[in-house]
Design a protein around this ligand. Structure first.
Ligand SMILES: NC(=O)c1ccc[n+]([C@@H]2O[C@H](COP(=O)([O-])OP(=O)(O)OC[C@H]3O[C@@H](n4cnc5c(N)ncnc54)[C@H](O)[C@@H]3O)[C@@H](O)[C@H]2O)c1
Length: 435
């Protein structure tokens, strides 16, 4: 190869030379051109790559929110492992050691705190993305830290991190709540739904399948899988093949994926279809939350109506009832049956509705908030836009009642009172409502 190192740097210089060794010169010339061609091809290829990744593309998959969730996080080291171990240490007889994904989220915070309280070991995992105000997620993190729950900052798509966590702790259970929530955000960032609800879920199940022992998994699905189903109340046996949003489609895909991992690898899997969960530390992208913010700002509140003045209603479910359902699902989950990534026998696969069983019109929600906040609300009646919201949701929870002992006890009036109390104290403590 040394002759290649001697190639003159300019073609002109090369042409002017006269030599009797014409064949060797021609070969030399040919090799030189080939090297240059290779060099310029690499440069060209690199430029294309740089252009592709740096340009503010019109492709929503490459827009900021999605790319931000791919950032790398700092984890590892003896001090970090010690924190992980200590957070996941079981402190009660027959307690579980649970990995809670999405622990800085609304439901994740409440479930983690309840598990910790009864003596289970809990380790949180969350990527703290900015789908909504991350400072609320940080405040929830502080709350959990005070009760001894450590939230590892990382993404469920990070296999190395997940494998490390399973190497440090033999989790008995995974409570999987990390997801891209919300139906409207899909117009803006469809890739985030694929990233978290499909790719991330598959990645988590891959790691769980190879873990030894395999954990039992309880994961959050959604009532949105019922989509345009108009048979009420929604029962687990109803059709789920008419999703009305990308969110619903990815949740439905999640159920199919879970089915596959149960069938092939013997993972014990329980899916919970939550119905519009609300309460303290809730999500700012949900109506009860931003209505409260806007009512306090004296802004008019849009009230959607379906075709022919149809009422839009939701089966609002208070967070404490949902937490009880999550814990009952963990308590009744059987062990996974695979080892070394191979199924050794049939494993448990379940899906339950967790709702409140009494849908309330959104206009009633506004009236309750109006009374609790003592502000006269200006209502704007509008047509329900076709952006993924369905007209109503209504849960049949008899299966969860029979098998999990699930029985919701909080009505909307009582639950909203607790939410408003939290909201006013949280945002008067120097924190501002996001957006
Ligand atoms: N709250 C409801 O009304 C409701 C209704 C139906 C279903 N669900 C489902 O329940 C679960 C919890 O919902 P929530 O209301 O607590 O939402 P949330 O957005 O408050 O919590 C989800 C958490 O997951 C984290 N997360 C998202 N993608 C991640 C990733 N790739 N890696 C690591 N962390 C990631 C987010 O940062 C967030 O903190 C979700 O699966 C949601 O789809 C919620």
């Amino acid at each position: 190869m040394s002759h290649l190192d001697d190639i003159p740097s300019t073609p002109g210089k090369f042409k002017m030379e006269k030599s009797p060794f014409i064949h060797s010169r021609m070969r030399w010339h040919w090799q030189s051109s080939l090297a240059k061609l290779t060099f310029w091809s690499i440069v060209f290829f690199c430029l294309i790559l740089i252009f592709f990744f740096r340009s503010p593309s019109s492709n929503p998959l490459l827009q900021d929110p999605y790319r931000r969730s791919l950032r790398t996080y700092n984890w590892g080291g003896p001090a970090w492992e010690k924190r992980v171990r200590s957070s996941a240490r079981v402190r009660s007889r027959n307690g579980f050691s649970v990995l809670v994904t999405g622990a800085a989220g609304f439901v994740g915070t409440h479930v983690s705190s309840a598990l910790k309280k009864r003596g289970d070991g809990v380790l949180g995992l969350d990527n703290f993305n900015d789908y909504y105000d991350p400072s609320l997620k940080r405040a929830r993190q502080e709350l959990l830290e005070r009760s001894g729950v450590f939230i590892v900052e990382g993404d469920i798509n990070d296999s190395a991190l997940l494998m490390k966590l399973f190497e440090v702790v033999a989790f008995t259970h995974v409570m999987h709540l990390a997801a891209q929530a919300g139906v409207r955000y899909a117009m803006e960032n469809p890739g985030s739904y694929v990233h978290s609800n499909i790719a991330g879920f598959v990645n988590l199940l891959e790691v769980c399948k190879s873990a030894n022992p395999q954990p039992a998994i309880v994961w959050a699905s959604s009532s949105s899988v019922y989509g345009l189903n108009n048979k009420v109340p929604f029962s687990e046996k109803d059709r789920t093949d008419q999703p009305a949003s990308l969110y619903a489609a990815t949740k439905k895909a999640g159920e199919e994926i879970a089915h596959t991992y149960n069938h092939i690898y013997g993972l014990s899997l329980t899916g919970l279809r939550f119905f519009t969960v609300y309460g303290p530390w809730g999500r700012p992208d949900m109506a009860y939350f931003f209505f409260t913010r806007d009512i306090l700002k004296r802004k008019p509140i849009p009230i959607f109506e379906a075709a022919n003045h149809g009422t839009v209603a939701r089966d609002f479910t208070y967070i404490d009832d949902i937490v009880k359902g999550c814990l009952a699902a963990l308590d009744t989950a059987e062990k996974s049956t695979g080892t070394g990534g191979k199924k050794k026998g049939p494993a448990q696969l379940r899906v339950y509705n967790l709702g409140n069983t009494s849908p309330v019109p959104v206009s009633t929600l506004v009236s309750i908030l109006e009374r609790l906040l003592k502000v006269k609300v200006k209502r704007n009646i509008m047509k329900l836009p076709r952006n993924g919201d369905v007209q109503f949701t209504h849960a049949n929870v008899s299966l969860a009642q029979r098998e999990l002992g699930y029985k919701p006890t909080t009505d909307l009036q009582t639950g909203l009172k607790k939410f408003v109390k939290w909201y006013t104290s949280f945002y008067s403590g120097g924190k501002k409502a996001a957006g």
